[in-house]
Design a protein around this ligand. Structure first.
Ligand code: SF4
Length: 396
């Protein structure tokens, strides 16, 4: 009988299951302290509003596009991760930045805001499966493998915004830049002006889609570095021949759309325009009519003529809101088996009420604080992105 090999070592960044508990195997293995109000409490909306009113200008609430409606209704601004971090930086008078998003977004907000501002993540277990696929020790080992292969000196790291502060700092220290899905092409061009190869982390799909579709590289120019295999599962020759070394990471939401989803929606919805996020696989993006960041998707739908039909491949909360806001257009979710971002959805009304009431009561909870050295190097990598000639305020 053949027995499947199961690696007994838990991932150092394993995600928590949904719930109000701790996972000792996870970096985010922290219990949400205090007693959350029950989700059944009929006064949750009133309590959140009362606590927000009590805090007044001391609090600024950021809501990512993928958040639940029950949370978004309290957001002072909605947007994508970097846009939200910039909005927070534009509010120096706000003592508390309550970030209704996931852990890496709150880290970026902490890096970009003033020292006296405190960034709060309503549920500390709200991670991001993609960001958590690149752990700093794995990245350092990868770089050692590139050095051993003799290619590190000609490799520029480009790191997607959806990454931990530690990986951003690594990127800053090694001469690289951060990118978003909106400026990934310009970031890669910048990198290839400085080196022969790019180490792209942590989303292999954004890296491949950009390199092949926008820079004209071939699929054969790309290799995938698997951090769970010795030397990433690559030979020295493969590393030396590659132009794009793609980290084996992906988004657990966008990675689930398939080419068959596109075929099916085309057969079911006459004249449909398929628009997908570049975190989708290369095969899906190739079959779609349009590809773009969350903000680009929003703009495309808002500017579409009445009566047009769209199928959207991105997170479900956003697609639902777009459908509600555009009743004159036919909006279909690209696949019915793909659902919400589970970690983003950990931020719910009970957690928001708990956070706001704690702050109003003088108890600072769930603060996200990046240590100064990490913040310094991460900011260098972020600043390189902002200095790109075509950098417009950021959308991912
Ligand atoms: S949608 Fe994907 S990339 Fe965005 S927070 Fe969720 S898991 Fe991370």
């Amino acid at each position: 009988m053949v027995q499947a090999f199961v690696d007994p070592t838990p991932s150092p960044l394993a995600l928590l299951l949904l719930g109000n508990s701790a996972d000792p195997d996870s970096e985010r293995g922290v219990e949400c302290p205090g007693d959350l109000p029950p989700a059944s409490d009929p006064d949750l909306v009133a309590r959140a509003q009362a606590a927000k009113d009590a805090l007044g200008g001391r609090v600024f609430i950021l809501g990512h596009h993928y958040q639940r409606d029950e949370v978004i209704q309290f957001a002072d601004v909605t947007g994508d991760s970097f846009k939200l971090a910039q909005k927070a930086a534009d509010k120096p008078d706000a003592e508390f930045i309550v970030f209704c998003g996931v852990h890496f977004m709150a880290e970026s907000a902490d890096i970009l805001t003033a020292d006296n501002q405190k960034v709060i993540l309503p549920d500390l277990a709200a991670g991001c499966s993609m960001a958590d696929m690149a752990e700093i020790s794995q990245v350092e080992q990868c770089w050692a493998d590139l050095e051993a292969a003799g290619v590190a000196a000609v490799t520029i790291p480009i790191t997607y915004m959806n990454s931990t502060a530690a990986i951003k700092a690594f990127t800053g220290k090694h001469g690289g830049s951060i990118c978003t899905s909106s400026n990934a092409k310009r970031s890669l061009e910048w990198a290839f002006e400085r080196g022969e190869k790019v180490l792209f982390m942590p989303d292999q799909h954004l890296g491949r889609n950009t390199a092949v579709r926008e820079l004209g590289l071939s699929l054969e120019d790309c290799v995938v570095f698997n951090p769970r295999k010795p030397s990433g599962g690559l030979t020295v020759e493969e590393l030396q021949n590659a132009k794009m070394i793609l980290w084996k990471g992906h988004c657990s939401v966008h990675g689930r759309f398939t080419p068959e989803c596109v075929d099916r929606v085309r057969s079911e919805v006459p004249g449909v325009t398929v628009i997908v996020h570049p975190e989708c696989t290369y095969e899906v993006v190739e079959k779609a009519d349009q590809v773009g960041s969350t903000e680009k998707i929003i703009t495309a739908i808002e500017n579409a003529p009445a009566g047009s039909a769209w199928a959207i491949g991105t997170e479900l909360n956003l697609v639902k809101r777009l459908a509600l806001a555009n009743p004159d257009k036919s909006i279909t979710y690209l696949d019915k088996t793909v659902c919400f971002c589970s970690t983003m959805n950990r931020i719910d009304l009970p957690h928001l009420v708990y956070s706001l009431e704690s702050l109003a009561g003088g108890n600072v909870i769930n603060q996200i604080s990046v240590d100064p050295d990490t913040a310094h190097w991460a900011k260098i990598a972020l600043d390189r992105m902002l200095a790109l000639p075509s950098s417009t305020p950021i959308l991912d």
